[in-house]
Write a protein that binds this ligand. Structure first.
Ligand SMILES: Nc1ncnc2c1ncn2[C@@H]1O[C@H](COP(=O)(O)OP(=O)(O)OP(=O)(O)O)[C@@H](O)[C@H]1O
Ligand SMILES: [Mg+2]
Length: 542
């Protein structure tokens, strides 16, 4: 409950930005509602006047003019309020989208590990749009219908309280029915959404893995799985249609039934002179107005449900705490970076680093070596503050990493991460499809390296930065690295021709250091490094 209230508070906080506009919209809405209620009342005046012969031509003309003015008023003020609502709706969406995106950018890396890119995209695009529908189509309409309902009840009670009571009782039954029906609708919609999500992610997977699919000749299997998902979606759609098909006629029936009751009981009252014919006629009009929102309920309910789901999704993102950030500024001048008894796990279950100790002095060039999964990239992730160790700490000159402003740390590093794509190009104006330039992995790596070394830095980290380059290009990179020897560098490479003359080679296994030292010393030791080096020698003639 408090959670719902928080979500509502969050949504309303955006409306506050446009308070004045929304007040104007709301006032216009009140006018529209009262004009709508006034029209049947005017008709009642004419009818009763005609019947009692207490009306002349002039009065008829004047009442008709009123009706005309009321109708014009409805048109004008409806236009004003829907104009304002649509515009503020768009503005609110813009704000929500902006603040959600800002927040997403501030989130820690662990958030992105658990979230699919497609899902985050959906949050920022579809979910925000669903909220827009909710603001413009549901929330305000709903307020208006409630106003109309209250107004109608007041007028009907003024006509005849007994008949008005009857109508209230019938309405209570209808509301109970609608609430029961809501349960069924919720189930049907949940199923529909699930099948659409399944279908989408299946299409997504198939298209991404198209080449694999073809290599393994799995097109047919894929086709039948698609058919299965598609079929489930079809079933869910059918179920939704049947549900609607029952709902509308039932409500229509209740409407006719209510009219019949009103005419039956109201007719009696007319005979008794406790109700005028005009009032009876007006009540029949009013009943139509009461039923209109109920009939639309099923359509609106869908919007309401997806808006609720969307706001929950968005709110969950907003509530995820941002990356923790300290205040100490790092200017790149340091004596050492120190891992002290660091233990770290991505999933709180499997330790990737265990009581890990490492000291990186300024100006040192160190190499991290070790089998796949031994924790090399993890060490880099921790230095850059993407993750926080569960035990122990990383210090820069005796201050824990957490006390530093992360931005100032990252600014002083030049990093090429393993598997980091270049940013995709954004479609240009005038073109309707992505114009991403197709480049080989090696070409992308070269671009990355160029970009990374073109900015000032104090520490360079290359994680498998040359794995996709040919030997010539790799030699160029090595020459560059040799030329910046005074900077601190951390190099992760599987091929050893780059690293022979580095002054600290660290061999990792299962998140622990198994060997450490210069090339010569480690070769003489005839341990892990010696084995890796010999293997490399066989393949690369170094
Ligand atoms: N984001 C993550 N979430 C969960 N587990 C992870 C994540 N990143 C890495 N791991 C796990 O942590 C362990 C160490 O991974 P790490 O990327 O540090 O290895 P690595 O030494 O860089 O290997 P490689 O040579 O393949 O790059 C592996 O078992 C890996 O599965
Ligand atoms: Mg790695």
């Amino acid at each position: 409950m408090t959670r719902d209230r928080n979500i509502l508070g969050w949504l309303l906080s955006f409306s506050k930005l446009f308070r004045n506009w929304l007040i104007i919209a709301f006032l216009s809405m009140i006018l529209v509602a009262s004009f709508e209620i006034a029209i049947p009342y005017k008709i009642k005046e004419i009818v009763d006047g005609l019947i009692s012969n207490e009306i002349d031509k002039e009065i008829i003309v004047s009442i008709s003019t009123h009706v005309l003015l009321l109708i014009s008023g409805i048109l004008i003020f409806s236009a004003i309020f829907s104009y304002i609502l649509n515009i503020t709706g768009q503005k609110i969406m813009h704000e929500i989208r902006q603040s959600t995106f800002d927040h997403i950018v501030s989130l820690p890396q662990s958030f992105f590990d658990k979230q699919d890119v497609g899902r985050i995209t959906t949050r920022i695009t579809n979910d925000v749009n669903a909220l827009n529908e909710f603001y413009t189509n549901v929330l305000v309409q709903f307020l208006k219908e409630i106003l109309v309902l209250v107004g109608i009840l007041i007028v009907m009670f003024s006509f005849n309280s007994f008949l008005a009571m009857m109508i209230v009782v019938v309405n209570i039954f209808i509301i109970i029915f609608a609430l029961l029906y809501k349960k069924r609708l919720r189930r049907v919609y949940a199923k529909l959404r699930l099948t659409i999500a399944q279908l989408n992610s299946f299409i997504n997977e198939s298209i991404r893995g198209m080449s694999l699919l073809k290599i393994y000749n799995k097109e047919n299997m894929n086709y039948s799985r698609f058919q299965e998902y598609s079929n489930q979606n079809y079933q869910a759609n059918m179920e939704q249609m049947y549900t609607f098909a029952i709902f509308r006629p039932l409500i229509e029936f209740m409407y006719v039934f209510s009219v019949a009751i009103v005419i039956w009981i109201g007719g009696g009252l007319v005979v008794n002179n406790s109700l005028t014919i005009g009032a009876l006629l007006a009540i029949v009009f009013y009943i139509r107005m009461v039923f209109r929102p109920i009939l639309e309920l099923a359509d609106k309910y869908n919007i309401l449900q997806s808006a609720l789901a969307a706001s929950e999704n968005l709110f969950a993102i907003i509530q995820t705490p941002s990356e923790k950030n300290g205040t100490r500024k790092f200017d790149g001048n340091f004596k050492k970076i120190d891992f002290k008894d660091v233990s770290f796990s991505y999933d709180e279950d499997n330790w990737v680093l265990k009581d890990f100790n490492l000291e990186i002095k300024k100006g040192q060039s160190i190499v991290l070596l070790g089998p796949t999964g031994s924790g090399k990239t993890t060490i880099v992730n921790l230095i850059l503050g993407f993750y926080v160790p569960q035990k122990g700490n990383i210090y820069i000159d005796d201050y824990p990493l957490a006390s530093y402003d992360l931005k100032s740390i990252r600014e002083n590093f030049s990093v090429i991460m393993q598997d980091t794509p270049l940013f995709n190009n954004v479609p240009e104006e005038g073109s309707y499809h992505d114009v991403e330039e197709i480049r080989s992995r090696g070409e992308k790596q070269i671009d990355n390296i160029k970009k990374i070394i073109s900015r000032p830095f104090h520490i360079i980290i290359l994680d498998e930065a040359t794995s996709n380059l040919d030997l010539d290009l790799e030699r160029d990179v090595k020459q560059y690295l040799d030329s910046i020897k005074n900077k601190t560098s951390i190099l992760i490479a599987h091929r050893l021709n780059l690293i022979k003359d580095y002054n600290e080679i660290i061999v990792l296994e299962n998140g622990q250091i198994v060997e450490k030292g210069v090339h010569k010393k480690l070769i003489n030791k005839k341990g892990e490094y010696y084995d890796i080096f010999n293997l490399n020698k066989k393949f690369y003639e170094i």
